[in-house]
Design a binder for this molecule. Structure first.
Ligand SMILES: *Cc1c(COP(=O)(O)O)cnc(C)c1O
Length: 498
């Protein structure tokens, strides 16, 4: 299967090129030329396999230039038992007759990004080999908090790669910052940025599309690649867990084969929910895709009105990984809904760049409304939801997941839709223990994050996450900061380019 760019269909590449390059040179995103189909019989078979088996099956539909051995080896390295603290990798928890939580945070950094970023380094090194690449791959990452750590953890000491992460100085939690500053590995670098996530993402995109930088790096034996969800290698592992969730519901007799489910996803860059959309297009029986935002509700408005407008105040919320006003992966959805029309997508993206705004045509608007529902939850609602869910079900969810739960529950009341719904749970509650504790028991809160983790354990009675508590005694290795304009300079310094 070939891939082409959302902004220029004339360039066709195979999946290893798409993964190696990350983004197409003219700024478009790689998408599959056609979407493979999965039958109900195949889904039935998946329910008899473990997570790795399911992943191998779904990946083989998209990575057609990889051999079965290559895919098997990548998957087995990524989802090894010592990496994920749940034998099911992505387990499902039932809250009530219609509400199921899909826990995607059992990997090493306690956020769902691990599901893709434990696999991507293996897909990338295989891709470098397959394409005869001699240069060293430099992974450049802009992060709203969780991607950075998950990418660092995934790429740490992976041969033939280096990784540099930029995070917004005031846009990530203290724990997230510590996770990145203390990262181990000889090939990693981390830098704080004076700005918000969109600044970081735009800065990274500018480096990617700067031909002079490309030439300079090329001369020194480096090539840039991306671990952000603009890379197809990030998206394809995410499609797997929606099939896996359905297969589990089947296996446990919660649904009958062919029964439609809803999928609700707390959304920022539109990567995770886009993976659910691809799963639906492949044949997973899905009724509605429910897109949940925090106060940065640009996507809610877009899904309801067909107008995307980033000219609005930017809010820093207690779900920082969703504090985003430019959702990059929406471009892939638009491409699909515009019938693979690269010209239409280029025009929309031009308009976004020039005016911060675009609107889709009536047909696309109605197709979006048919397949998606949307809603938002501010910090107050988010905290209320954490409290309610804990009181009702003794289930503890993090701030991002709570946005998903809140929006889903409002959707259910508003529409009366009783379809069984899988809600993507995107982080461990301990990763955002301050806000979670504040929601449950504000009177015991302290200024000390680690103390708050302990207190949260006492309140919830759950096990302490060692990956987070260990941070307390880890040495800080990276404390540098820079302005957006200096990002290329920081990169050169890391690569020891004069
Ligand atoms: C990244 C992230 C999100 C948003 O996912 P997108 O794919 O960017 O929409 C939600 N929750 C958490 C915890 C995250 O780390």
């Amino acid at each position: 299967m070939n891939y082409f760019s959302t902004r220029d269909k004339s360039k066709r590449v195979n999946s290893s090129y798409a993964i190696k390059e990350g983004i197409s040179p003219e700024g478009g995103l790689y998408v599959p030329e056609s979407i493979p189909e999965i039958t109900m019989q195949e889904i039935e078979k998946l329910s008899g396999l473990n997570y790795n088996g399911r992943a191998k099956y779904i990946l083989s539909k998209f990575l057609t230039d990889f051999t079965a051995d290559e895919i098997n080896s990548c998957v087995d390295k990524a989802y090894a038992n010592d990496k994920f603290d749940s034998p099911e990798t992505a387990p499902i928890k039932k809250l009530n007759d219609s509400e199921y939580i899909l826990e995607l945070w059992h990997g090493p950094t306690c956020a769902f990004k691990d599901m893709a970023l434990q696999l991507l380094p293996h897909l990338l090194t295989a891709s470098l080999k397959k394409t005869g690449e001699k240069r060293e791959a430099v992974i450049l990452v802009a992060t709203s908090g969780d991607t950075g750590k998950a990418a660092l953890e995934g790429f740490s000491d992976v041969q033939g790669t280096k990784i540099m992460v930029f995070y917004p100085e005031d846009g990530v939690s203290h724990i997230q910052k510590l996770q990145m500053m203390t990262q181990k590995g000889g090939n990693v670098n981390v830098c704080g940025l004076y700005g918000n996530f969109d600044d970081a993402q735009n800065g990274v995109k500018a480096i990617f599309t700067d031909l002079n930088i490309k030439k300079e790096l090329d001369g020194k034996g480096f090539m840039l690649s991306s671990a952000n969800s603009i890379n197809w290698g990030r998206l394809v592992p995410q499609i797997v867990y929606y099939f896996s969730a359905y297969a589990d519901l089947l296996k446990y007799g919660e649904i009958i084969n062919g029964e439609k489910i809803n999928i609700a996803v707390p959304t920022g860059n539109f990567g995770n929910i886009l993976a659910a959309y691809y799963a639906k297009r492949m044949g997973l029986p899905v009724n509605k895709l429910i897109c949940a935002s925090n106060s940065n509700d640009v996507l809610t408005e877009f899904i309801e009105t067909g107008v995307y407008d980033r000219n609005r105040p930017f809010f820093t919320t207690i779900s920082p990984s969703m504090d985003i006003l430019i959702s990059s992966n929406l471009e892939r959805l638009l491409f699909n809904l515009y019938g693979n029309n690269d010209k239409a997508v280029s025009d929309l993206m031009d308009s976004l760049k020039k005016t911060g705004k675009y609107s889709v045509d009536a047909a696309v608007k109605s197709s979006i409304k048919e397949q998606f529902a949307a809603g938002s939850a501010d910090d107050g609602k988010t905290m209320q939801t954490i409290r309610d869910i804990f009181e009702k079900y003794k289930y503890l969810c993090d701030t991002h997941t709570a946005v998903g739960v809140s929006v889903y529950e409002e959707y259910k009341i508003k529409t009366g839709d009783n379809t069984k719904t899988v809600i993507a749970s995107t982080a461990s509650p301990y990763k955002f223990s301050d806000a979670v504790l504040k929601s449950l028991k504000p009177e015991v809160m302290t200024e000390d994050d680690f103390k708050n983790i302990d207190l949260l354990c006492e309140v919830s009675g759950l096990k302490k996450p060692s990956a987070l508590t260990e941070l307390k005694n880890s040495a800080k290795r990276f404390e540098g900061r820079c302005n957006k304009a200096d990002m290329p300079k920081e990169l050169y310094r890391f690569l020891k380019i004069e």
